[in-house]
Design a protein around this ligand. Sequence first.
Ligand code: GLN
Length: 321
Amino acid sequence: MTNQAHQGDLEINPSPLLAFLNELHSQYKSVREGAVAKYIPELAKVNPDLFSICIVTVDGQVYKVGDWEQMFTIQSISKVFAYGLALEDHGLDYVLTRVGVEPTGDAFNAIILDEQSKRPYNPMVNAGAIATTSLIKGSGPTERLNRMLDMFQRYIGRDVFVDISVFTSERSTGHRNRAMAHLMLNFGMIDRNIEESLDLYFQQCAVMVNCQDLAVMAATLANRGINPITKERAVDKRYIKDILSVMYTCGMYNFAGEWAYKIGIPAKSGICGGIIAVVPNKMGIGVFSPLLDVRGNSVRGVKVCEELSQRLGLHLFDCSG
Ligand code: GLN
């Protein structure tokens, strides 16, 4: 079932949740704080006014407001799903030997590595995500990319594509990520062909989604790995708790602690301006607004999720209701 709101739609579709999303959308669309990401040249072209909110419940109800059809590249939100694929490819014990699960308290692109344990800190920051992507199995770049795309297709429920302009834009300017990959190679933290792994990482970041896709992907995680619309399994259910735990502690970078404290649900942001948030056994939330704060999280996205958490009582540890 689809509930879609446009201005003045509420009498036709009086769903209270949809009315609430509409109210949040009008309340926060005037917020102009923040700036769009510019360090990947193609991303600087995005319209900063775009704004959409979408909720998908585990029983497949879809609630969406604003520019939910607008396509954008998934960026760091992909890290969650690539981690799931690496866990399926190798199992938790091995993956833990390659990538830790400690929050860094630092920026997403910080050049810091745990030299003692010979691992990047966690799979939600760039260094850890590049190491995670280097674990994806396949006989060569094409097979590895196809396995990655198949995985995204299971979560989203349709064919997915890489935005070639964004991919090449990041590949030709991503010197910082390339430097991190070389450092990790130097420390023996990654061992495959790093150019191939960096390409795959840049491609996974350039997978095109819309806000509804984000909510469906989050709802799939909320629904123990089964896409609530297509009913297809996207990831082995035994890894859901590992994925959600690392999202909870590390998904919002150096805002992760405050996010966990105030909003209290596993989430992941990306410099595209997207945020996914997962309410286990209930719903997935997707928000898209490209204006970012200094930590690289969507300004309106954080505000909307905070309000949703408070008003719908979503904080995982809230016992007051
Ligand atoms: N592709 C981006 C990068 O590696 C993703 C960063 C992000 O979304 N925070 O820098």
